[in-house]
Design a protein around this ligand. Structure first.
Ligand SMILES: [Zn+2]
Length: 455
């Protein structure tokens, strides 16, 4: 092996795929999709219906636009058509004897969905997820704490398989109380940690005090966070880094329906690279008009996935409902060529204020960064009903003051926040500033909403 190849081998999980110009990757993906499409209608009753009458020829990735999107409701309906022979419903693309695992989407809303995986599907998951962890800096000499509690969910076994594929030492500590997690992490000399952003923040607040009881120095040096937006805020990043005593913090993202970890930050820590190019093609669309958007810096849109090797649960043009801001396209400083994004929120969380789209996370990020030191980096938006999306009156928002702020200053602070949000986001909010600790904190994922009628 030449010296250059040896160096590349230590930098990339798949040097060939990661450093080729992105247009070449897209051309290669188009040929793989073209080869897969004709038989898809025979394997899946869902796609026999969705793709009826559509052409199956595909010369370039843009030709995918001739095919309809697959929506979450399509998958839900397909699941509802389950039977003893086809427990995964009408999109079960492989016979039961070839299916070796059921994976559950986390199901934060409604009934959970099940996805089937064949042995080959699991191979794909392991390789793509390992690639994602590798880009985020996990190596074979790391001892990794995996804190997801349930093996069946997309972040459970599949994530664990990815760590083992990298060659890291997997320590599955999910499901234990926080103080026990901290103690075991010290005893096992854990060097890397994967957690939701909320949980990492929670852990950071207890790390030192509980850890010191063990008398063992922390070996932790790398933290991977994801599962929700939040790392866009320097305030949150700072809390995790200082609380856990680390400088290597990387955001990661995936989608349980497609591959649960596909995006991660490289050492430049400036947006997440796409790491599943060997198995999944990506498109960016305007969620309202569904028009195609370019992977160009500054563009925001919804990500659409085509998992072109998937056997047991095929997905073509699957709308993720995840909104991304493209922060980089073309070759990154690290040498990778895949687009880099930040996640700005879910279409499902989007609110409409007088015909304008508003992401609650955008309000939170603006308030947390503009008023750092005066407010806590969390807030709560009140809805009249759970389903409320439209607002004609200013959005009612609760913000928590930092301990240093005197109660007499709350009113002026509220007015200042209202003015700033209006100026930056063209949205009116009605802010109430509350005392420290007034907002509920969820350990695993923080919700930005509260509902007045309590349902
Ligand atoms: Zn990079």
């Amino acid at each position: 092996m030449s010296a250059a190849r040896a160096a590349a081998a230590g930098r990339y999980w798949n040097a060939e795929l990661e450093t080729r110009p992105w247009q070449e990757i897209e051309r290669w993906q188009a040929s793989a999709i073209a080869a897969m499409l004709p038989a898809l209608r025979e394997r899946s009753a869902l796609y026999a219906r969705l793709h009826a009458g559509a052409a199956t020829t595909l010369r370039e990735l843009a030709d995918l636009r001739a095919l309809p999107f697959t929506m979450k409701d399509d998958i839900r309906e397909a699941q509802a058509a389950s039977s003893a022979a086809q427990p995964f419903g009408s999109n079960q693309g492989a016979p039961l004897r070839d299916i070796v695992q059921a994976i559950c989407s986390s199901g934060t809303t409604g009934q959970p969905l099940y996805y089937a995986a064949t042995r080959a599907d699991l191979e794909v998951f392991s390789d793509a997820i390992a690639h994602t962890w590798y880009t985020a800096g996990v190596r074979d000499d790391d001892v990794v704490a995996h804190l997801v509690g349930l093996p069946m969910v997309a972040g459970g076994l599949p994530y664990a398989d990815g760590f083992r594929r990298v060659g890291a030492t997997l320590c599955w500590l999910g499901g234990f109380p926080t103080d026990r997690i901290v103690r075991e992490m010290r005893r096992l000399r854990v060097t890397a940690l994967l957690a939701t952003t909320s949980f990492a923040t929670h852990l950071a607040s207890q790390w030192d005090a509980v850890g010191r009881e063990t008398g063992i120095e922390s070996a932790l040096s790398k933290v991977l966070c994801g599962g929700e937006p939040g790392l866009n805020q320097p305030e949150i990043r700072g809390r995790i880094e200082s609380g856990l005593g680390i400088g290597h913090l990387r955001e990661t993202m995936g989608l349980g329906d497609v591959i649960p970890a596909m995006w991660s930050e490289c050492e430049a820590a400036d947006g997440m690279h796409f790491n599943a190019q060997r198995y999944v093609a990506i498109e960016l669309i305007d969620p309202a008009s569904t028009e195609a958007l370019p992977w160009a810096a500054g563009t925001t849109g919804e990500i659409v996935y085509t998992a072109f090797t998937r056997e047991a649960t095929p997905l073509v043009r699957y709308r993720s409902r995840d909104h991304a801001l493209v922060v980089g396209a073309g070759r990154c400083r690290c040498g990778r060529t895949s687009p880099r994004i930040r996640c700005i929120g879910r279409t499902d969380d989007m609110l409409i204020y007088k015909a304008m789209n508003v992401f609650p996370t955008a309000i939170r990020d603006l308030v947390a960064s503009s008023f750092a030191g005066r407010v806590e980096p969390t807030l709560r938006i009140w809805k009249e009903r759970k389903e409320q999306v439209r607002f004609d009156e200013p959005l009612p928002v609760d913000v928590e003051a930092a301990p240093a702020v005197a109660a007499q200053a709350y009113e002026a602070l509220a007015a200042e926040i209202e003015a700033r949000v209006r100026a930056q986001l063209q949205v009116r909010v009605a802010v109430r500033v509350l005392g420290p600790g007034a907002l509920p904190r969820s350990v695993y994922k923080s919700s930005l909403f509260a509902v007045r009628d309590g349902t």
